[in-house]
Design a protein around this ligand. Structure first.
Ligand SMILES: Nc1ncnc2c1ncn2[C@@H]1O[C@H](COP(=O)(O)OP(=O)(O)O)[C@@H](O)[C@H]1O
Ligand code: SF4
Ligand SMILES: [Mg+2]
Length: 391
């Protein structure tokens, strides 16, 4: 595997479920990639298809079409036995530590199990490996003889992490790993995950509905709506402002702790419920809920395009809305992609709404300010360490 080989590459992934004889396309044409040591956040409302993407990556569900490569190996059609060495490289942490651990197995048996399956070590060396990883996730070796039912939710999720990391995977798929836990223990688990990722260097597909958590943990973020990626880019590109109307609505749904700021915010929360995936809307899937909708949105499905291309496309669009200098200065290689026919207008109006008046400098400042407030609001117990990285 060369240095540039992506740990994960997902191309045009579609996953269809059968519900009462009807087909539900839970994931529609998703493209994703993850470099070595990178954390990619997959965010969106419940039902947007995040878990299904994660399950497809670890082969818990079968793609209907598309391609999944892990470490440069196309695993989409690999047989069970051919998949075995690759499976060692990809592990999943589940949302619910209560149901994901067999209650009849001790911690030692649970964490040793993947080593046994992959014929790694002897009984003695395996016990020592289990002891090491148990301590690394912040537990004492004394828990090895305990059963999951004798532990707290936070401890169980630490065991879940130990079980996934004992094989030293290259890729960890973490599906809402803290959302079933008490707020008081969430920050501890998230900080642990960040530390482990730094020490062990694995890549992580981090699935969450919580934008604050994504903001703290992730290098890049992909936003899903009704099975599709609608925006993807670096954490700062996607979460600082929200170019896509859906991203913006998710950001606005996050409360900020300062009552004055919260009261004065203009919010772009979406009306109505997500559409029925059995009969998705025509054109842009967001159009029944989008305040920027125009006729074209109802018939033409927007593509996921770099902002620079949007700029090209929208060069002739008339309007009294301010033009965003941000968009003009974007490079086509920034990897910031947005799926919206009117991204420039939507961004400009969203930005203008963030302040009641003022220049575009004030707009950017105001959004930065909100970003800071959001981080504070979502740092769980206030002890979440920000993962500082240069992009
Ligand atoms: N096993 C399943 N059978 C049928 N439909 C499913 C199944 N799992 C998920 N779905 C449907 O697929 C869509 C995406 O679900 P999911 O991937 O769980 O989304 P998320 O993780 O974002 O909440 C939803 O409409 C959900 O009802
Ligand atoms: S394409 Fe149209 S409906 Fe869809 S998000 Fe953009 S403006 Fe809204
Ligand atoms: Mg889910």
């Amino acid at each position: 595997m060369s240095a540039e080989t992506k740990i994960l590459e997902v191309k045009d992934l579609t996953v269809t479920y059968s519900v009462s004889g009807k087909k539900v396309r839970a994931v529609r044409g998703v493209d994703l990639s993850l470099s070595k040591g990178e954390i990619l956040g997959l965010v969106g409302e419940t039902g947007s298809g995040k878990t299904t993407v994660g399950k497809a990556v670890v082969r818990l569900v079968k793609p209907s079409s598309g391609q999944i490569s892990i470490g440069g190996v196309d695993v989409t059609t690999l047989s069970r036995s051919d998949m075995r060495p690759v499976r060692r490289q990809v592990q999943m942490v589940f949302q619910d530590p209560y149901s994901s651990l067999n209650p009849r197995m001790t911690v030692l048996q649970l964490v040793e199990h993947p080593l046994k399956i992959h014929n790694i070590g002897t009984r003695t060396t395996r016990k020592s490996m289990v002891g090491d990883i148990i301590e690394r996730v912040g537990l004492s070796k004394s828990v090895l003889s305990r059963y999951p039912g004798e532990m707290s939710g936070g401890q169980r999720q630490r065991v879940g992490l130990a079980r996934s990391l004992v094989l030293s995977p290259a890729l960890l798929v973490a599906d809402e790993p803290v959302s079933a836990l008490d707020v008081s223990v969430q920050a501890g688990i998230l900080n642990l995950l960040v530390d482990l990722q730094k020490d062990l260097g694995f890549s992580c597909l981090f699935i969450t509905h919580d934008l604050g958590v994504a903001e703290h943990l992730c290098d890049r973020v992909a936003v899903m709506y009704l099975g599709e990626i609608v925006e993807v880019g670096t954490r700062d590109d996607v979460l600082a402002r929200g170019y896509h109307p859906y991203t913006k609505s998710l950001l606005d749904a996050v409360p900020v702790p300062d009552p004055v700021v919260q009261r004065n915010r203009k919010k772009a929360t979406l009306p109505g419920d997500p559409p029925d995936p059995l009969s998705p809307p025509s054109g842009c899937a967001l159009h029944p809920r989008c305040r920027f909708v125009v006729e074209r949105c109802m018939s033409d499905q927007p593509e996921l395009l770099p902002l620079i291309n949007h700029k090209e496309q929208l060069r002739d669009v008339e309007g009294e809305l301010c033009r965003s200098e941000e968009i003009e200065t974007k490079s086509p290689v920034s990897g910031h992609l947005v799926r919206c026919h009117r991204v420039e207008d939507a961004f400009a109006l969203n930005a203008r709404d963030a302040v009641t008046s003022g220049s575009s400098d004030t707009v950017v400042q105001s959004n930065k300010e909100l970003e800071g407030h959001r981080s504070n609001a979502l740092s769980a117990s206030g002890t979440l360490d920000r993962k500082d990285k240069e992009f």
